[in-house]
Design a protein around this ligand. Sequence first.
Ligand code: ASP
Length: 343
Amino acid sequence: METKAALLVIYTGGTIGMFKDPETGVLRPFNFDELYNYMPSLELFKFKIDSYSFDPIIDSANINPEYWIKLAEVISVNYEKYDGFVILHGTDTMSYTASALSFMLDNLNKPVVITGSQLPLGMIRTDGRDNFISSLEIAGAKSDDIPMIPEVCIYFENQLFRGNRTHKFNAENFDAFKSANYPPLANVGVYIKYHEQNILKPNFKRLKIYSKMDTNMVVLPLFPGINSNTIKAIFAIDELKAVILETYGAGNAPTEKWFLDELKTAIDKGILIVNISQCRGGSVEMGKYETSLDLAEMGLINGKDMTIEAALTKLMWILGMEVPNEEARRLMEKNLKGEIRED
Ligand code: ASP
């Protein structure tokens, strides 16, 4: 007899896991230990499903690196027992969690599918049901006994994306996530179409987790009229190690002398500055315009086409390894988990 693939569902919180209490009409969290009572149709599924619930569950606005470490540890402890993992998570910070886990779970050879919903599972028009069921199907999918998706991904509204390429762009549409710089890993309709050429290859090495994330950093979006008091105050933050500078277009910034001097002084002090565009699609190309030439010459790190979520969590992870600045720069510009364009 064919053995059922075993999946672990990890519920962290968020809209998906809510249902309307029939007596009070109030939204309450599911008890995931009773998953099969709430969704008896899962019995018909070809998977054995266990669950693990955060206690207390959290709205994803409260997520932080400690929760990412907890998630990485739950996956690591259960890694050999399960064929795949589905994480139910609030949508607000889902792309940060997916990005962070992609760096923290090294040598991942099994699927980690993160999903959520805009309407609670317990509501009649919910998008959570399809998101959940399709995520289970994807987490259990294999070809020649090898998992189809050996990476951290986000499933939402019929599309499977590489997690560290996504951002949440809509607060009310079911179609809430975009991956502007990388095509989907799979599309779901009557059939699930996996786009193998877009999916990372397994390396069959042993899973290793990194559980140190250094958060001494800031994201600084440029805007017309930004003044030197603001820039000075940011660079004067105690123990600041890195700044993600959200630049315009293809990585452009003002050419005023006071501005460039502030950046140069910060770099000379050892602060890493990463150039990431405010545009969600396309790439930083330092040196393409005069307005980015100085940035390249003074040593800003080229964030290329990374999302802010990926750049931020990658930096936390790299700083956590306490490598010298030159190595941090090299790793930031290098493709490690499919998060950045290869040159
Ligand atoms: N605020 C919720 C959260 O991110 C929204 C959601 O679940 O989609 O946890």
